[in-house]
Design a protein around this ligand. Structure first.
Ligand SMILES: C[S@@+](CC[C@H](N)C(=O)[O-])C[C@H]1O[C@@H](n2cnc3c(N)ncnc32)[C@H](O)[C@@H]1O
Length: 207
């Protein structure tokens, strides 16, 4: 049985929509940045990893860093719940966990992904790097979902994500834009390596 104290994910558009957008009979590689107690992770594992070659890669440093912006919402129990929830999910053997920051993960990552969910550090530079680094390893045709597009004061995080959208105009189509933001990389786009430096580069659209 899964254990959670926070169930934000149940109110999200990705929770509501993604199963209708993914053909689970095909293999999928999923990357998740920011896992907390693993509610979103086990949802992806249980619903999207039916194909034996599908994988989920989870990235979250938990409380191994002093600068975790979610520390106020976390205790050692957070990581214990995550570990236990992943052990209990339907395909734990298809899940790889990296208990490091996304900044540490990308330089060592060699994989590309067709679904990426970004819900990690909400500080602006981190959001930009997570979006840039994720987009670089998103396969053409793949989906990238960002939580909290309209989070915080409704202005600042949106402005950061809008800068990314502007810098990459023509490389994606918007597939959802309301509280969350989701884009699909155009089929002709290239994939690349991680960004080591901070790049500087509404309408409601729902499916
Ligand atoms: C809002 S929670 C994620 C919630 C989860 N996706 C869910 O739906 O239940 C944000 C998570 O981001 C993680 N985080 C904070 N800084 C991070 C970083 N630099 N890289 C990756 N994850 C980070 C935190 O440890 C926390 O678990």
């Amino acid at each position: 049985m899964y254990q959670y104290t926070h169930t934000w994910f149940f109110s999200s558009a990705i929770y509501e929509k993604i199963c209708d957008m993914v053909d689970v009979s095909a293999p999928h590689t999923i990357l998740e940045i920011g896992c907390y107690e693993g509610l979103s992770s086990v949802f992806f594992a249980d619903k999207l990893l039916a194909h034996p070659e599908s994988t989920l890669t989870c990235v979250d440093p938990f409380l191994t860093i002093d600068t975790n912006d979610h520390a106020g919402l976390m205790s050692n129990q957070t990581e214990e719940y995550f570990d236990s929830n992943i052990r209990s999910c339907q395909h734990p053997d298809r899940v790889t966990v990296h208990k490091i920051t996304s900044d540490a993960f990308f330089p060592q990552n060699k994989a590309t992904y067709d679904i990426i969910y970004i819900d990690g550090c909400h500080e602006h530079d981190f959001i930009t790097r997570d979006m840039e680094n994720s987009f670089a390893v998103l396969r053409p045709g793949g989906m990238m979902w960002m939580d909290d597009y309209l989070g915080g004061d409704g202005i600042q995080i949106k402005a950061v994500m809008d800068r990314f959208l502007k810098a990459h105009e023509g490389e994606y189509e918007i597939i959802y834009k309301l509280y969350q933001l989701a884009i699909r990389k155009v089929e002709t786009a290239a994939t690349g390596g991680p960004h080591s430096v901070n790049p500087h580069p509404s309408t409601d659209i729902s499916l």
